[in-house]
Design a protein around this ligand. Sequence first.
Ligand code: AMP
Ligand code: TRP
Length: 343
Amino acid sequence: MAFKELVFSGVQPTGNLHLGNYLGAIVKFVELQDSHDCIYCVVDMHAITQAHDPNQLIANIREVTAAFIACGIDPKKHIVFNQSQVAEHAELAWVFNCVARIGWLNRMTQFKEKAGKDRENASIGLYDYPVLMAADILVYRATHVPVGEDQKQHLELSRDIAQKFNNDFAESIAAHGFGEGFFPLPEPLIQGPATRVMSLRDGTKKMSKSDASDYSRINLSDDADAIAQKVRKAKTDPEPLPSELPGLDKRPEATNLVGIYAALSGATKDQVLAEFGGGQFSQFKASLVDLAVAKLGPIGAEMKKLSADHAYIDSVLRDGSARARAIAAPNMKAVKEIVGFLS
Ligand code: AMP
Ligand code: TRP
């Protein structure tokens, strides 16, 4: 069965939105608006899988929403909402809990990283996180999912769940007039020079919201001074920049900064090296500061302004949630019929 193309993605409201979130995900969210119908979700139910402060959570939900809009997502043409306002996500996640296998979840590397050594003490929600993520996507029968590299394994799990549901209930799906399969196998969109932005302090570690050092990341809320300081202090190596890509081998920090420059300027890494190769890092960093401040400065300012306007942000989320629910509800009703619930 051919599915109508639909884009879905989510960002957790866990604070410190950073350059990795922007280049790995949000920039693509913005681009896809021209070619697709898009649904962008603030995944607040994922944000409670680890300890959180309720007052901070509500502020973070508004901040991610404000960031989406400040970066150029149009909440009128597309859908922007927070997950917990659409109950069908949790409802479908339960059905998927009964489709997904324990063996599949045991392979999830993000759970292992987040749970750390004290796995017995992690929440069941953290373990089940990828199943809820599959429900997020599939409750809309979305076909394309723009994400950063770190979400690849979770997307594969979503495909496995969709496939197993289609197989397990094939007869019932056909009997209810849905043809070959009820769910599409959602495709990850992981592209561009910055699908994995690394820490500014250590080029082998992912830039992350939870890194203890604020110097490891550029936050979308950073002002020009903070951006300049962080880029200047970013770790580098003593060699000048190479003129061609192979010269970046085994130079994680240089590779990362070149990738960031490329992504922010809309160029390829080759083009960046053609321009800066042979020069000193200090010169390249000065240009990177100018570029980053020019691109991110206005976004940060707009984001701060919007997140303070609670009435506006909350109305965007309410409106988006109603429109999301209108798509999710009939899909969930069909799932109930397919699995044999009486309603
Ligand atoms: P999260 O903050 O975990 O909800 O991530 C939101 C989106 O940003 C997801 O699509 C992630 O894959 C993406 N992302 C997070 N960190 C990075 C990073 N360091 N580089 C590239 N993409 C990232
Ligand atoms: N797990 C994603 C992250 O940490 C966030 C997320 C939740 C998501 N549900 C999703 C991303 C659905 C894409 C589609 O980045």
